[in-house]
Design a protein around this ligand. Structure first.
Ligand SMILES: CCCCC/C=C/C(=O)SCCNC(=O)CCNC(=O)[C@H](O)C(C)(C)COP(=O)(O)OP(=O)(O)OC[C@H]1O[C@@H](n2cnc3c(N)ncnc32)[C@H](O)[C@@H]1OP(=O)(O)O
Length: 359
C-alpha cells in the first residue's frame, strides 16, 4: 500500500519526536528522501569541496536519481516507522555513557586505589576525539599530574578504545576559512601532544578494543600498553591524505624499526594486538574475556609501589628525549597544517562524511 500525504506528514512529526539520534547516515537518507518526495530529483548546484555538510546532503539527494516522488514519500514513511520501533527499544550504550559526569562531557575520570582512570566516553561515536575531548583530555592530564594518584590509566568505554580524530572536526570552519582552521588545529594538536610528552607519572593505556589514528600514535609516549586480544592498531594516514603525529614519526621507528614503522605509518597496515606486541608497541596482550580483571589486578599492584621512585625512574628514562620529542611534535604539526589543506585530505574527509568510504 502506498503512503498517503497524511502518512508522510505524520512521519515528519514522528522524526522530531525520536528520543535517540539515529546517526548521520540515517539522517542523510531521511533528508534525501524528504527532498525527493517534496521537490523531485536533485535540482541544486553541487556545493564546493570545503562545504562538507552540504556536499554530503547533496550527494545523498542526488544519489536518488529520478526516483518518483510517491516512492520517495513511501520509503520515507517506512524508514521513519522502522526507526521509531528500533531506536526506542535499543540500548547499545553503557550506563553513564555520553552523559556529563564529574565535570567532563566526553570523559569519565575517577581516582581509586592510587590510580587515576581517564575513560574516553563517546561510545556511540567509537570514542572519536572531538575538539571538546582534546580540551578535556588535556585538562584531565593536568589534574592527574597533580592529584594523589601514583599512576594514570587511559581506556575507552564501549567496544572501541578510540577511532582517533573526530573527522567532523573538519566541518567547523571559522570565519577565517580553512587556512585558519588548519592553523588552529595545528596549535591544538601541538599543545595536546605536549601534555603527553610532559606527563610526569607512569602513564598506562588499557586498550580495550580497536584503536585508530592519534589514539595509536600516542601510545609511543606511554610507559606501558596493555591490550585486549580484540584490539587492533590502525594508522591510515596516507588513506586520509595525512601524515603521522603524536611523535610517531620518531617513536615508531625507534620502537619497532623503520621497516615495520613504515608499514603502519606510510602504508596504513592494521596490526592485531599480538602483532603490535611483537613489534614492541604493546607491553602485553590479554584475552578479551579476562582483560579487565587481569589488567586491573596488575595496575593495582603497580599502584602500591613507592610513587616517587616510579616518577623519578620515568624522569630518568625519558628526560634526555624530551627536547627531541617537542621538536618532533612541532615539525609534525607544521607538516600536518599543510596536509589538511590538500585535495587528498579534503577529499578523504569528504568521502567519510558522505559515507562513501570505510577504512
Ligand atoms: C586537531 C587534531 C588532529 C589530529 C590528527 C589525528 C589524526 C587521526 O586520528 S586520523 C584517524 C581518523 N579516524 C578515522 O579515520 C576513523 C574513521 N571512522 C571509521 O572509519 C569507522 O567509523 C570505524 C572503522 C572507526 C568504525 O566503523 P563501524 O563499526 O562501521 O561504525 P560506524 O562507522 O557506524 O561508527 C559509529 C558512529 O561513530 C562515528 N565515528 C566513528 N569514528 C569516527 C571518527 N573518527 N570521526 C567522526 N565520526 C566517527 C560514525 O560516523 C558513526 O556515527 P553515526 O553515523 O552518527 O552513527
Amino acid at each position: 500500500m502506498r503512503a498517503s500525504q497524511k502518512d508522510f506528514e505524520n512521519a515528519m512529526n514522528q522524526v522530531k519526536l525520536l528520543k535517540k539520534d539515529p546517526g548521520n547516515e540515517v539522517k542523510l537518507k531521511l533528508y534525501a528522501l524528504f527532498k525527493q518526495a517534496t521537490e523531485g530529483p536533485c535540482n541544486m548546484p553541487k556545493p564546493g569541496v570545503f562545504d562538507f555538510v552540504n556536499k554530503a546532503k547533496w550527494d545523498a539527494w542526488n544519489a536518488l536519481g529520478s526516483l518518483p516522488k510517491e516512492t520517495a514519500r513511501h520509503n520515507y514513511v517506512d524508514l521513519v516507522s522502522s526507526l521509531s520501533s528500533s531506536l526506542e527499544s535499543s540500548s547499545q550504550v553503557e550506563p553513564g555513557a555520553d552523559k556529563k559526569s564529574t565535570g567532563y562531557e566526553t570523559l569519565m575520570m575517577t581516582l581509586e586505589d592510587g590510580i587515576t582512570k581517564i575513560v574516553f566516553n563517546r561510545p556511540t561515536k567509537k570514542n572519536a576525539i572531538n575538539t571538546k575531548m582534546y580540551d578535556e583530555i588535556m585538562r584531565a592530564l593536568k589534574a592527574a599530574s597533580k592529584d594523589d594518584s601514583s599512576l594514570t590509566v587511559l581506556t575507552g568505554n564501549g567496544d572501541y578504545y578510540s577511532s582517533g580524530n573526530d573527522l567532523t572536526n573538519f566541518t567547523d570552519i571559522p570565519p577565517g576559512g580553512v587556512e585558519e582552521k588548519a592553523k588552529n588545529s595545528a596549535i591544538l594538536l601541538r599543545e595536546f601532544v605536549d601534555c603527553f610528552i610532559d606527563f610526569p607519572k607512569p602513564l598506562i593505556a588499557a586498550v580495550n578494543g580497536p584503536a585508530v589514528g592519534i589514539s595509536v600514535t600516542l601510545l609511543g609516549l606511554f610507559d606501558a600498553v596493555f591490550a585486549s586480544d580484540r584490539a587492533t592498531f590502525h594508522t591510515p594516514f596516507s588513506h586520509l591524505g595525512q601524515t603521522p603525529e603524536g611523535c610517531s614519526s620518531y617513536t615508531f621507528p625507534k620502537i619497532m624499526g623503520p621497516a615495520k614503522a613504515t608499514e603502519m605509518l606510510v602504508f596504513g597496515k592494521k596490526l592485531t594486538a599480538r602483532e603490535a606486541c611483537t613489534n614492541g608497541l604493546v607491553t602485553e596482550v590479554f584475552p578479551d574475556s579476562t582483560f579487565q580483571k587481569e589488567v586491573w589486578t596488575r595496575l593495582k599492584a603497580f599502584a602500591k609501589l613507592p610513587p616517587n621512585a616510579m616518577r623519578i625512574s620515568k624522569e630518568v628514562m625519558r628526560n634526555s628525549e624530551k627536547e627531541k620529542l617537542h621538536a618532533v611534535n612541532a615539525e609534525e604539526c607544521s607538516v600536518l597544517q599543510g596536509r589538511w589543506l590538500s585535495d587528498e585530505c579534503l577529499n578523504a574527509v569528504s568521502n567519510f562524511l558522505s559515507r562513501k568510504a570505510r577504512l
